[in-house]
Design a protein around this ligand. Structure first.
Ligand SMILES: Nc1ncnc2c1ncn2[C@@H]1O[C@H](COP(=O)(O)OP(=O)(O)O)[C@@H](O)[C@H]1O
Ligand SMILES: Cc1cn([C@H]2C[C@H](O)[C@@H](COP(=O)(O)O)O2)c(=O)[nH]c1=O
Length: 291
């Protein structure tokens, strides 16, 4: 049967909403045009676009509508922070998570003005791999000692269950540190951003000590809204450091450690370091000593 314009419109507007919306009662409030612009009194004033506000404890409290014909659902986001060790990835993750939380608080205060509720302050959670036992399992810690509480997990698929479905549904922002250790990073990020409307901020190494891809960090780049590659300072010359040099002779890819085992190096010192390591190994091999 040919589709009329009317049936197309009906289909468009009656398409099923994401799971979180389906659980909700009818929109609590319809705020007329541009709730977010300020009046001279500093209080929100109304003007030209529409915003439907749902119950504020819902993950997607607001559906912005630029024009009545184009409803836009607020989807999740994925931001990737990568680079070598000591580049400031964990520091950037902490900053970003806190910034999201504060922005959320700001947004919340505007919505709360209309909804008379303060329950939609952004909820954030930070996850790290339980392989990283350097500073205990209950916080992520930067090389400078800054800390944030976290949940340490063997894999990301257990996060929802560990947190509980209700708490998970209320989350707005999920930070993931040491992402290179999570084998299910791709699926988790996909589901969290596409299906569950979370903002996911991922920090992890792009390469290992041999400059090979490390875990799945590179795999999520096609999913990402933004990718930030940070650099450190070469420990030998102070130039921009792109790589992580392992100072010991262990060969396994995963080896937990800090400046006792690794150092950030520039391209020249990475190459020089590999040459020196190779030469040392050859000499010691000849002498039948294992390094
Ligand atoms: N060679 C180093 N040894 C120890 N700390 C370092 C070294 N180089 C830089 N740092 C410090 O580490 C900080 C970055 O820490 P962090 O955010 O944990 O980095 P990353 O998560 O990328 O490893 C830098 O701001 C710097 O103060
Ligand atoms: C290069 C490299 C690193 N690791 C480990 C060492 C640390 O425990 C983490 C990286 O921590 P950071 O927050 O980025 O400083 O990864 C490894 O297992 N294998 C490697 O090749």
């Amino acid at each position: 049967m040919p589709m009329t314009m009317r049936s197309l419109l009906h289909l468009h507007f009656s398409a099923p909403l994401p799971p979180c919306h389906r659980l909700l009662p009818k929109p609590l409030l319809i705020v007329p045009p541009t709730f977010f612009s300020k009046s001279p009194t500093g209080l929100p004033a109304f003007s030209s676009s529409s915003i439907f506000s749902f119950r504020s404890h819902c993950k997607v409290p607001i559906v912005h509508v630029d024009s009545p014909a184009q409803p836009r659902v607020a989807f999740g986001e994925i931001h990737v922070i990568t680079g070598p060790m000591f580049a400031g990835k964990t520091t950037a993750l902490l900053r970003r998570v806190l910034a999201e939380k504060n922005t959320g608080r700001h947004r919340a205060s505007l919505c709360d003005y209309a909804l008379c509720t303060f329950s939609n302050i952004l909820n954030v959670a930070v996850i790290k791999s339980d392989k990283d036992t350097r500073y205990g399992l209950d916080s992520i810690v930067t090389h400078d000692g800054a800390k944030m509480p976290c949940i340490a997990l063997p894999e990301l698929s257990v996060f929802r269950e560990r947190l509980g479905a209700e708490a998970y549904n209320k989350l707005d922002v999920i930070g993931i540190d040491e992402a290179q250790f999570f084998v299910d990073l791709y699926d988790f990020c996909c589901n969290a951003a596409d299906r569950d409307q979370k903002t996911v901020i991922v920090a992890g190494l792009d390469g290992d000590y041999l400059r090979r891809r490390f875990g799945s960090v590179l795999d999520i780049i096609p999913l990402a809204d933004s990718v930030t590659k940070l650099t450190a300072r070469c420990e030998l010359c102070g130039q921009r450091a792109l790589f992580t040099q392992r100072k010991t002779s262990e060969k396994q890819t995963e080896l937990i450690g800090g400046s006792d085992i690794y150092m950030p190096v520039c391209r020249q010192h990475y190459v020089d370091g590999q040459v020196v390591k190779e030469a040392t190994r050859t000499i010691l091999d000849i002498e039948h000593v294992t390094v």
